[in-house]
Ligand binder design. Structure first.
Ligand SMILES: O=C(O)c1ccc(O)c(O)c1
Ligand SMILES: [Mg+2]
Length: 629
């Protein structure tokens, strides 16, 4: 199988696109005519430049409005095709995509179109070219791959074949299983794209909202399984028209494309064990079993403030690093590390961002297999020199340049706490009932959200929720939740459109995204909240109006409601269960803690409460009388 990406999928000039596509390791490209025409080089020069990047031109496209014409218009269409074949010869491309016609004068008829393609096949053959026919979902007469296939079958010419595009098939809800009966040698090329399910005009949806396989809601896996089952082992190419991608960094998009394509082929291989799939092998998705630790880079007054907060939340100072200014704080199954080093990764992270969560440890089944899969999918490995008494823990780069470490039970990684930390003499405190990390919340620019969701769902056995809109007083924040298969690890990604929102404001200070808050789980939030209050914890205060509204919306006993109000506990309820939560006040550049209790099978994060708590948080951040940013 050759991997390819269409030049339209990536932003920049043709040269910038090629550099990015080549760097991440695609075999070739689909060259879009616009990209080619906009470049000042001759077709020969452009062809050479592409090959100099180590890339093949696997497809030239698109050729429009060809079939179904008659008279002069038909002759003109053939002349146009000849001109394109000549250009392709100079470029060094031998396959042209013809998409189904939208021409107002195009006449329908399978046999008429077949006749056009039989003749075009002869012309193509005389130029040493091949032609693939693709049904656009909004084609005038042909908008279904089954009709395109029938035309190709009846054209019966060795230089005429079919091009399949997952978007056109899946957007129209055409059963991809119908692909299994097409002979593989007549499939000349396969294009892949996903898209979010939005009810809108097909053309508009396709030209603006496509995204990488796995980033949307279409079943690209079922489509590709059917293609693979035919025995097709030719090019698989990403053709992604997306407004956001057009303005993103070319290399990030190319990398996401590479990741999406290879993870899809890996999934196909696992789903169709009898089919030979020729892509690099990688370990299966990594099983995540919760969070091993979270690490703050911090210093001075902010470090003292953090210690105060941890104490007030019931954490005990349980250990000191054998050689570094690093302390370990524990409660239940939660480990928080405070790193006050001025050198190394945490030191650099502090110098850049101030107090921040620079590192997260995920518990996985197999740490080295996890990093192996991650590097196969072009994640950036991370390592730093291992100091005296330290264990080399496998790690990769994560959101905003932070680090993600992997801990498992199968190697000496399991002993890291006893090896790297000396137990503290400080007496353990009784705690406040926090048992584990329920979730961590990462803040990022909305443009990066799909990319980080793909990061999690491709490397780990994690799935993605629908995107929900969270209203901030100064803008919209979109949020998607990532959850491990067993529910033990949850990560929410919050995408900010503007820096005026609470998360956007944090983003402006944190350059490129970071964890903004950590939510701890308790089994009894009322007891936890009162114990924390007694230990000096200062919760985020909600308004009277909030509790008035709760009373109106839900059936909560008056006494309970009064207790919630006095402890600043928020509430949500669905058919699956109930959810209680309360928050700390923001500290440092807008970091905060959350305490949650899930009742029944409640699976959300209290999104209906988000506008009220963000308003309260912003109130505290904004200096009185100052216009906000
Ligand atoms: O939107 C289009 O016109 C268009 C062109 C070529 C394709 O391969 C395609 O899928 C869509
Ligand atoms: Mg296409």
């Amino acid at each position: 199988m050759k991997s390819s990406i269409a030049t339209v999928s990536v932003s920049g000039t043709l040269r910038e696109k090629l550099a990015a596509i080549a760097k991440v390791g695609f075999d070739g490209i689909e060259i879009f005519e616009q990209d080619f025409i906009a470049d000042a080089g001759t077709p020969r020069d452009i062809g050479r430049m592409i090959r100099d990047h180590g890339l093949e031109i696997l497809l030239f496209q698109p050729f429009r409005d060809f079939e179904g014409l008659d008279g002069d218009a038909r002759r003109k269409a053939f002349d146009r095709a000849k001109f394109k074949f000549e250009t392709m010869g100079e470029l060094g491309a031998d396959l042209m995509l013809v998409c189904s016609s939208l021409h107002p004068n195009a006449l329908g008829g399978i046999d008429r179109a077949a006749q056009d393609f039989a003749e075009l096949g002869e012309v193509a053959a005389s130029f040493g070219m091949r032609v693939g026919y693709e049904a656009l979902a909004w084609g005038r007469h042909v908008n279904d791959h089954r009709d395109a296939w029938e035309i190709v079958r009846r054209a019966d010419h060795p230089n005429i074949g079919l091009i399949l595009d997952s978007f056109h098939t899946l957007a129209r809800k055409i059963d991809p299983e119908t692909i299994r009966r097409i002979p593989s040698d007549k499939i000349f090329f396969v294009q892949l794209a996903d898209a979010p399910r939005i009810d809108m005009d097909l053309l508009y949806w396709s030209r603006h909202f496509r995204n990488m396989p796995g980033e949307g809601d279409l079943s690209v896996l079922d489509f590709m399984r059917a293609v693979a089952a035919t025995g097709y082992d030719g090019t698989v190419s990403l053709e992604i028209f997306n407004d956001q991608f057009r303005s993103a960094q070319p290399e990030g998009i190319a990398r996401d494309g590479y990741r999406a394509l290879h993870v899809l082929m890996d999934d196909v291989r696992r789903a169709e064990p009898d089919v030979m799939i020729d892509t690099p092998a990688m370990p299966p998705r990594s099983q995540v079993n919760g969070f091993g630790f979270v690490e703050f880079a911090t210093r001075d007054g902010e470090a003292e403030q953090l210690v105060e907060m941890l104490r007030s939340m019931g954490f005990s100072h349980s250990g000191d690093h054998v050689s570094k200014a690093v302390t370990l704080w524990q409660q239940g199954d939660v480990r928080v590390i405070l790193n006050k080093e001025s050198s190394g990764f945490a030191g650099a992270a502090y110098n850049m961002h101030g107090t921040n969560i620079c590192d997260v440890g995920l518990r996985v089944d197999d740490a080295s297999a996890t990093t192996e899969r991650a590097s196969s999918l072009r994640a950036t490995p991370f390592s730093q020199s291992v100091g005296p008494g330290e264990i080399d823990i496998p790690a990769i780069r994560s959101v905003g340049g932070s680090v993600m470490h992997f801990i498992d039970d199968t190697s000496d990684l399991a002993n890291v706490w006893s090896v790297e930390f000396r137990q503290s003499d400080a007496p353990a405190t009784p705690g406040a009932g926090l048992s584990r990390i329920d979730h961590v919340a990462e803040t990022m620019s909305y443009e990066d959200m799909l990319s980080w969701a793909l990061f999690y769902t491709s490397i780990f056995d994690m799935s993605r929720s629908e995107i929900v809109d969270v209203v901030d007083p100064d803008g919209l924040v979109r949020s998607v939740a990532i959850k491990s298969a067993n529910g033990s690890a949850r990560i929410t990604l919050n995408g900010a459109d503007t820096h005026r929102t609470f998360v956007g404001n944090f983003l402006a200070d944190s350059f490129g995204g970071a964890i903004q808050h950590i939510a701890f789980a308790t089994d009894d939030i009322f007891s936890t909240a009162s114990r924390m209050r007694d230990a000096g914890f200062r919760p985020l205060a909600l308004t009277e109006n909030y509790y008035g509204d709760l009373q109106a919306r839900f059936n909560i006993e008056a006494e309970r409601l009064a207790e919630m109000k006095s402890l600043n506990i928020l509430y949500d309820e669905t058919a699956d269960g109930a959810f209680y939560q309360f928050y700390s006040r923001p500290f440092a550049s807008g970091l905060f803690f959350e305490i949650v209790q899930r009742v029944g099978a409640y699976d959300g994060y209290g999104a209906p409460n988000a506008p009220f708590r963000t308003a309260a948080q912003k109130q505290l951040l904004r200096p009185k009388g100052m216009p906000h940013r």
